[in-house]
Design a protein around this ligand. Structure first.
Ligand SMILES: NC(=O)c1ccc[n+]([C@@H]2O[C@H](COP(=O)([O-])OP(=O)(O)OC[C@H]3O[C@@H](n4cnc5c(N)ncnc54)[C@H](OP(=O)(O)O)[C@@H]3O)[C@@H](O)[C@H]2O)c1
Length: 294
């Protein structure tokens, strides 16, 4: 099997590149090999490589910067997925595309279902939603919406907290936004299972949109405290403890792009369809911290 993977140097792309290698040949691309802002380059690359499946974790992910670069964000998050999906249709191959909780406005009081109405509040969320819609035009699609991604590779909240507790003596962290941290490795494991299922079952019909996060929930403040306590337990020398972290409201931490207050995604559908058990986010955070600190 030939797998075309985008964004191989991103958090999720990096984990996918490692995990999918045992399924076949992974044509793992980064911006230098395949610039997703160039639709014609995407078409030529796919014509030349003739993949059996396209997996697209690449995205314009600078959420605040997107507010002042809407065209570029749209080019990567909406136009590129459209070209990838069109080529997938032409070749009759599946596409797996990654999306986000930012397609919702975050005002629901329960975890979001795949069928809930979207209402993105930022340029990033809007462009990711448009990307989903164009991918949905292709029958053989899987869209994986996830949230709060962390990994030992790349930039994320977990690594920022680990750095800050070594540099500062106190921190303010938002406590009124709830969601579920999700490891890039868990996303790669689930993607592996999906690819395997699609190719082993010639009658596979469960294409569509799925929510994929780890189990349970938290808020950014409690998440930061957990990281701090666990990092200290693992022997990291820090200038502060979790008692030096102060919970603040989103209003006290203004950002250019609006974040959803509720980022929780209901994962019942993906668990049932692919017979998955998803780890608790705390277990995955512990695992990644151990790898980072030891
Ligand atoms: N991170 C999160 O918390 C989060 C939450 C919910 C959903 N998601 C979604 O999950 C997916 C994976 O996110 P991630 O955390 O792995 O993101 P990431 O670490 O920011 O990686 C994104 C990758 O896309 C690449 N990319 C950007 N512009 C490109 C271009 N013009 N041509 C080719 N590649 C380009 C980036 O390359 P460069 O390094 O060269 O820029 C980077 O390697 C995305 O679809 C994202 O929207 C992420």
């Amino acid at each position: 099997m030939k797998i075309l993977l985008t964004g191989k140097d991103g958090q999720v792309g990096f984990a996918l590149n490692k995990k999918l290698a045992s399924l076949g040949e992974v044509i793992a691309t980064n911006r230098d090999m395949l610039d997703l802002s160039n639709p014609q380059a995407i078409r030529i690359f796919i014509d030349q490589t003739k993949p059996d499946i396209i997996i697209n974790p690449a995205a314009y992910t600078k959420v605040d910067q997107a507010e002042s670069e809407p065209e570029l964000a749209s080019q990567i998050n909406s136009v590129a997925p459209q070209v990838l999906a069109e080529k997938a249709s032409e070749l009759h191959i599946p596409i797996i595309h990654f999306s986000t909780d930012y397609v919702f406005n975050g005002l629901k009081h329960e975890p979001y279902l795949e069928t809930d109405k979207v209402n993105p509040q930022s340029v990033y969320g809007q462009t990711k939603w448009q990307g989903e819609e164009v991918v949905r035009n292709h029958k053989k699609h899987i869209i994986l919406r996830t949230s709060w991604v962390f990994s030992s590779h790349g930039q994320n909240f977990l690594k920022t907290i680990v750095r800050l507790i070594q540099e500062k003596t106190s921190l303010n962290v938002v406590s009124d936004q709830i969601g579920t941290p999700t490891s890039s490795e868990a996303l790669a494991d689930v993607t592996y299972k999906i690819v395997e299922t699609i190719f082993n079952d010639s009658n596979f019909k469960d294409f569509g949109t799925y929510h994929m996060t780890l189990d349970n929930e938290t808020n950014w403040y409690r998440y930061a405290c957990f990281i701090t306590d666990e990092a200290k337990r693992l022997g990291l020398q820090t200038l502060m403890t979790s008692k030096d972290i102060k919970p603040i409201s989103s209003d006290a931490y203004p950002a250019l792009a609006k974040r959803p207050m509720n980022s929780r995604l209901d994962t019942t559908k993906i668990k049932k369809t692919f017979m998955l058990e998803l780890p608790h986010w705390e277990a995955e955070v512990k695992r990644i911290l151990k790898a980072l600190i030891h």
